[in-house]
Design a protein around this ligand. Structure first.
Ligand SMILES: [Zn+2]
Length: 425
């Protein structure tokens, strides 16, 4: 096992250079020239599959693409039936994305395997490049990781993209078998999942640390609210006689911001407003607004949601207008595995790297995979806190730090510490 910790200073720099070079090569494949845009099983994705498959084979890995389009490379352990450590992240992107969201986790995984230089561990390492995380093409996120776990439903398979093409048809046209989508695609004996990912926020930069160990991924609730007043003439309707839906919504949006500012750990966002009829000389008859509420504690989130919705009702009531409230999504907070988290903290100590314990405000594949096995995440600082944007970046030294910590973790990881049923007992 100690052989795995051979990543010395120059070794980790070379490994980081490899990972960053791989990110750059992946970024060259795009569906929209001049940007980085890769949607689920698009032509650019096929090119990325070819690149990653070739890299994996060159590293001595067994390669396959599973039914949902996840690229999988298996680096065998010392024994033929060794348990499997799963590592990776996603390779789809938002439109006009950066080069590191998702891809960095795959590249760091392959850099780790590369640094083993043929040495074998007491467990096998499977690197997974999830096909779909962002939810852009079919407006539903995490199809790759949910597919891995055998969680895809008939409803998922009948989703249609913007051109009306069904999900299952997309899978078939890519050359994969949609009949296998409902099965559990996990490699037997997989005992844990590790995801390295850019932070996509400003926290690590603000504490001047390169890395973060994620304690939990926040839960989130989304609502659509419609304030309904009375559209009327902007010139002839006296102020006391108006039922202005937009003015009510605006007052409530201020209340949402104020409530979140005064509630530790809460973030609440109204990101979209649609006003009808939407003319300069007409009082708004209706205002449809979205609400997104997140907190690491589900109880705190639910309590805040109650306050925010009651606020909408009382603002509407005071103005003699109505408000309709529809919940559009609800996702509980997901705790990362305590043993793996402690392992990452200890590994960081052993590697001499500073890490920050933190929650993740964004959803990630790890929160899906955590339903079936111990899972943990290592965040890499995002300069300027910028992500989902062409200027997204990472610092080479931070990637190097991540590789050192992951190497130290691999060196001490014992699969006996993890329970996933009796799959390998
Ligand atoms: Zn991501």
């Amino acid at each position: 096992m100690s052989e795995a910790s051979v990543l010395n200073a120059s070794g980790s720099r070379i490994a980081a250079e490899y990972a960053l070079d791989l990110c750059a090569r992946v970024a060259a494949f795009t569906d929209v020239p001049g940007t980085i845009t890769r949607l689920f099983l698009s032509p650019a994705t096929r090119q990325v599959h070819a690149l990653l498959s070739a890299e994996m084979r060159a590293l001595g890995m067994r390669v396959r693409v599973d039914a949902v389009g996840n690229v999988r490379g298996l680096y065998a352990g010392a024994e033929p039936d060794a348990p499997v450590l799963l590592m990776g992240s996603h390779i789809d992107t938002v439109p006009d994305a950066g080069a590191y969201d998702g891809v960095l986790g795959v590249a760091v995984g392959l850099a780790l395997v590369r640094s083993l230089a043929g040495r074998r561990m007491c467990f096998a390492i499977e690197i997974i490049a999830f096909s779909e995380e962002e939810g852009i093409r079919f407006r539903r996120p995490f199809l790759g990781s949910r597919g891995l776990l055998g969680e895809l439903t008939a409803d998922d398979c009948s989703l249609r993209d913007g051109d009306g093409v069904r999900f299952a048809q997309t899978v078939r046209e890519f050359g994969l078998n949609p009949d296998e989508l409902s099965g559990d695609l996990l490699t037997p004996k997989t005992f844990a999942f590790l995801e390295v990912h850019i932070e996509q926020g400003p926290v690590l930069e603000s504490v001047s640390k390169p890395l973060g160990v994620v304690s939990s991924i926040v839960g989130q609730t989304r609502f659509a609210l419609t304030f309904r007043g009375q559209a009327n003439h902007a010139g002839t309707t006296p102020m006391p006689m108006r039922k202005d839906a937009l003015a009510a919504a605006a007052k409530w949006i201020g209340f949402v911001e104020e409530t979140a500012q005064n509630t530790p750990g809460l973030v609440a966002t109204v990101g979209n407003v649609r006003v009808t009829p939407g003319a300069a000389n007409v009082i708004a008859g209706s205002a449809e607004v979205t609400l997104d509420v997140r907190h690491a504690s589900d109880e705190a989130r639910w309590a805040a949601v109650k306050i925010l919705l009651r606020g909408a009702e009382s603002i509407a009531e005071a103005r003699g207008i109505r408000v309709a409230i529809v919940e559009t999504s609800e996702q509980n907070a997901v705790e990362m595995d305590a043993v793996l988290r402690e392992g990452l903290m200890r590994a960081a100590g052993n590697a001499g790297e500073a890490v920050q314990g933190m929650t993740s405000g964004a959803g990630h594949d790890a929160m899906i995979v955590a339903r079936q096995m111990p899972a943990a995440m290592l965040f890499v600082r995002s300069p300027g806190g910028i992500s989902h944007h062409a200027s997204e970046s990472v610092l080479a030294g931070d990637v190097e730090a991540a590789l050192k910590v992951m190497t130290a973790l691999l060196a001490e990881l014992q699969f006996e510490s993890f329970g996933r049923g009796n799959t390998w007992a």
